[in-house]
Design a protein. Structure first.
Length: 140
């Protein structure tokens, strides 16, 4: 089973582009604390920076709403690709996001800071995988 769940903060600006075939793709790095590794000399928890890739509608939403420093939860799969450069194979490993959940995210209404609406857990899901389930749908 290929499944990844990552929680962290957006570490870079979202890089958005459209492929030659017209598909939207967004990439960014996610700062994820790694509590399994030994603490740094200053006592801080080491951080990993996996590359996240989102496609289609999720890519567009990431472009519009994710900014550096915002906390989010990524559900996805480990993906790889290879290419050759100077007769040497280059391997890329990244996470393809199926679902992006904005944690503690604030959406502004009318562009006015005083009229912001807090969406504690706004979930954006792609066609791949299970759709999100709201609390009202749970039987308990």
């Amino acid at each position: 089973m290929n499944s990844v769940i990552l929680s962290g903060r957006v570490a870079t600006e979202v890089n958005f582009r459209v492929t030659k075939k017209g598909k939207a793709v967004a990439t960014f790095l996610l700062a994820v604390p790694n509590r399994m590794r030994k603490k740094n000399e200053d006592g801080s928890i080491p951080t990993d920076f996996p590359r996240i890739q989102a496609w289609g509608k999720i890519a567009e939403i990431c472009r519009d709403y994710l900014i550096r420093g915002k906390e989010c939860l990524i559900h996805g799969i480990i993906s790889t690709n290879t290419y050759e450069k100077n007769n040497q194979k280059i391997y890329n490993i990244f996470v393809t996001a199926n679902t992006v959940e904005f944690l503690g995210y604030q959406k502004q209404v009318n562009g006015d800071d005083n009229s912001s609406v807090s969406d504690d857990n706004e979930i954006i899901s792609s066609e791949v995988g299970m759709p999100p389930i709201s609390d009202e749908e749970l039987p308990f």
